[in-house]
Design a protein around this ligand. Structure first.
Ligand SMILES: *[C@@H]1O[C@H](CO)[C@@H](O)[C@H](O)[C@H]1NC(C)=O
Ligand SMILES: *[C@@H]1O[C@H](CO)[C@@H](O)[C@H](O)[C@H]1NC(C)=O
Ligand SMILES: *[C@@H]1O[C@H](CO)[C@@H](O)[C@H](O)[C@H]1NC(C)=O
Ligand SMILES: *[C@@H]1O[C@H](CO)[C@@H](O)[C@H](O)[C@H]1NC(C)=O
Ligand SMILES: *[C@@H]1O[C@H](CO)[C@@H](O)[C@H](O)[C@H]1NC(C)=O
Ligand SMILES: *[C@@H]1O[C@H](CO)[C@@H](O)[C@H](O)[C@H]1NC(C)=O
Ligand SMILES: *[C@@H]1O[C@H](CO)[C@@H](O)[C@H](O)[C@H]1NC(C)=O
Length: 659
């Protein structure tokens, strides 16, 4: 066999005679055995469909339901308590508490996380139900069980509990995923065991090392899994670990070596047979040598006695363990950034209960709906916008909990419920800038005035300047556009939607190229579209487009007049306006007609110039955001001095200076 075997402590035990004797010895206790070890049968989806070891742990416990624990090794995108909670259908808060980590911070890859679940009998088997929606056409029952759920479920159990034919799995289908868990038997309870933990064996583990990690003797683990001492245990199979108290902490030693999870699967489908064949071969030899065995029995007694003594932890050892450096912080050798970044507490964010949000939004009723999956609600007397999001939202949460600026939307907290995260934001009463500029109803009833527009530009520049230069780490928003700029009751702007934002450190760490170009047509800088280059100048470009929208009231990208598929970019039109003859006339033609000429043309010209510089093709020709901010603060202060009543005079007088 090629794969590495994991054996319990002593290689002496592999002596065939001893093995046989232990087997007999064990046999008398078989009736006490707890749950059958899966023995790699989970790899052969179509041969063990009725095998109880593959379908789950038998419902043979004292209780029909109980709290139990699973282990999961963090792996992107399941690397925060929230995302692991989604996957395993349990509460992020409980995962965070048990592992002493915050709910939203990402956990370095391959860290062992313990996950509390409610386990209950369903038919003959204990299980914890969760659901999983297929995301990719390459997914099968096997990959869901083995890869996504890290063998916490099996393909056989999935096949048995889902109505869909294996060949009929399609993206978007929701599967019931029964996770393997169990409740202690009468015998285990009598011996003080309160919980069973489903532990996923990995390379380098053996029963005694797992026992040491959780402070349990190897024999109890062997008994819990109906394992003989020394029996082959395969990597990437689950075993049960009986626990006397909740596993609040794990020692550092549990962290697997960095490369382990990358190794190929341990076995082909018939390894299970191999090992059991071997067992019978041993027994054959044993029977043939029956008489010789008798001679060994004395030795056996001596040996077992010695072994028990050896495995029983000495009192000193126990004390040592209790005072050891219990820490969940893994030995992360990959130099993952997140392990070095100081841990931000979630103190600034409130964890709402789903009931809170239901109450706040009238059970997410239609009349509380703002748009899409965004609802308006009242929480503690304050208006809030509640947005339901699917998938991994930790990026947005992680950024918004750290940034505090009046021009960046404030996240007050969040709630996790049935695989969705509800983010609770401060309420921006006036909605998005996009609506004010481009929606017919706003445009005609009360268009934004000149000073309001300059103020909005100024606010956005202020917020961007903060993101680029005053946060640590600095951020690039990457998705700035008028629909991501929200307006409060006083038309002060707030930058929202940080789903795509990235830290500048990410960029410096050798990730300057993004393979996936995501963004909105009309706002994306050419170097990003062409080469995936991400720099702060990406935001400067998008901001230039927003300024052009404010000036012209036009959309960032519009279908061109000739009805062809080509789109007309606002960023491209400004050059034509500001170059050549008749700039004044062309600029007047460019400015939003709903301003009805009530604007200072010289300031409009300055702002148009600034916007033009921001959308320069060459990123090095674009100004940095502090410079943009400074220019805008001058334009704003001049705008505040400007008196609309002497508009025409001012226009004609000062435009000459502007040129
Ligand atoms: C499993 O059980 C079902 C019915 O209980 C039976 O139809 C099927 O043939 C069995 N499969 C195997 C491989 O024994
Ligand atoms: C939890 O972690 C914090 C630091 O992150 C540490 O100060 C505290 O002692 C830990 N608590 C336990 C019970 O390990
Ligand atoms: C288990 O169920 C109880 C009661 O239904 C609940 O309070 C607890 O939060 C649940 N635990 C988990 C891990 O879901
Ligand atoms: C889990 O799902 C099974 C269906 O396969 C169902 O019979 C059982 O009641 C569910 N258990 C819980 C606790 O919801
Ligand atoms: C099972 O999952 C592990 C990771 O959990 C992976 O390394 C292994 O290749 C998978 N096995 C198969 C046969 O795909
Ligand atoms: C596959 O799915 C289609 C549509 O959902 C269904 O009509 C068909 O019976 C399924 N086939 C099998 C073998 O389950
Ligand atoms: C179960 O009980 C038997 C005797 O009653 C005992 O020898 C054995 O160790 C027990 N098993 C466990 C796991 O405690």
């Amino acid at each position: 066999m090629e794969q590495r075997l994991l054996r319990s402590s002593s290689s002496l035990l592999f002596h065939p005679f001893l093995f046989f004797l232990l087997f007999l010895f064990h046999y008398f206790h078989l009736s006490e055995a707890q749950q059958a070890y899966i023995n790699n049968k989970q790899l052969d989806c179509y041969n063990y469909e009725n095998d109880s070891s593959t379908n789950g742990y038998l419902c043979n416990g004292l209780q029909k339901s109980c709290v139990s624990y699973l282990t999961f090794r963090s792996l992107s995108p399941y690397d925060t308590p929230i995302s692991i909670g989604y996957l395993l259908g349990t509460k992020a808060t409980e995962i965070a508490q048990l592992n002493n980590i915050s709910e939203v911070d990402s956990i370095p890859t391959n860290t062992l996380i313990m996950v509390p679940v409610n386990c209950s009998c369903s038919g003959n088997f204990y299980q914890h139900n969760t659901s999983y929606t297929l995301k990719d056409s390459s997914e099968t029952y096997f990959t869901v069980a083995n890869n996504t759920y890290q063998s916490l479920s099996t393909c056989q159990a999935l096949i048995n509990q889902n109505p869909y034919d294996s060949h009929n799995l399609t993206v978007g289908l929701q599967l019931l995923v029964p996770l393997r868990c169990a409740c202690p038997t009468r015998n285990q309870t009598a011996h003080g065991f309160k919980f069973l933990l489903t532990y996923l064996m990995t390379w380098g583990d053996d029963v005694s090392s797992v026992g040491e990690t959780f402070g349990v003797d190897a024999q109890s683990i062997n008994e819990a899994n109906d394992l003989e001492s020394g029996e082959t245990i395969y990597a990437l199979t689950p075993i049960l670990v009986p626990l006397k108290s909740q596993p609040t902490i794990i020692k550092k030693s549990i962290s697997p070596a960095p490369s382990q999870s990358l190794e190929p699967p341990p076995a082909t489908s018939n390894d299970g047979h191999n090992s059991s064949n071997k067992k019978w071969v041993f027994i054959g030899i044993g029977i043939a040598a029956g008489l010789v065995l008798l001679a060994f029995s004395g030795f056996l007694i001596w040996f077992l006695h010695r072994r028990t003594r050896r495995t029983k932890p000495s009192p000193e050892r126990k004390n040592l363990d209790e005072s050891a450096d219990y820490s969940i912080i893994p030995e992360n050798k990959s130099g993952n950034v997140s392990s070095q970044v100081p841990r931000y507490t979630i103190d600034s964010l409130t964890l709402y209960s789903f009931e809170d949000l239901q109450r706040a939004t009238g059970f997410f009723s239609e009349n509380h709906k703002i748009k899409g999956s965004v609802y308006r609600g009242k929480i503690n007397g304050d208006d809030a916008a509640i947005k339901r999001m699917k998938g991994d939202v930790s990026n947005e949460i992680n950024i918004l909990k750290q940034v505090k600026h009046s021009n960046i939307i404030r996240l007050s907290g969040f709630c996790e419920h049935q695989g969705s995260t509800y983010l609770v934001y401060e309420f921006a009463e006036k909605g998005s800038l996009n609506d004010w500029l481009h929606e017919e109803e706003y445009q005609s009833s009360c268009p934004l005035e000149w000073t309001q527009r300059v103020k909005i530009a100024y606010d956005v520049a202020d917020g961007l300047n903060y993101l680029h230069n005053y946060t640590n780490p600095a951020y690039i928003h990457k998705n700035l556009k008028s629909s991501n700029i929200l307006l409060d009751g006083n038309f002060r702007a707030k930058i929202a939607n940080f789903g795509l934002a990235r830290t500048m450190e990410d960029e410096e760490e050798g990730l300057p190229m993004t393979r996936h170009v995501v963004g909105t047509q009309g706002y994306m800088a050419p170097e990003y579209i062409e080469n995936g280059v991400v720099t702060p100048k990406l935001d400067v470009f998008a901001f230039g487009v927003v300024m052009l929208e404010l000036l012209s009231g036009r959309e960032a990208a519009t279908a061109s007049d000739d009805g062809k598929k080509t789109e007309c970019m606002l960023s491209g039109t400004i050059l034509k306006v500001l170059e050549g003859e008749n700039v004044r006339e062309k600029l007047r033609g460019f400015i939003d007609p709903s301003l009805r000429n009530e604007y200072p043309l010289d300031l409009a010209f300055s702002m148009a110039q600034l916007a033009k510089n921001c959308v320069a093709y060459d990123l090095n020709s674009r100004p940095a955001i502090p410079e943009v901010f400074l220019s805008l603060s001058q334009i704003l202060s001049s705008s505040l001095d400007w008196d609309p009543s002497d508009n025409n005079l001012q226009n004609s007088r000062s435009f000459g200076h502007g040129r």
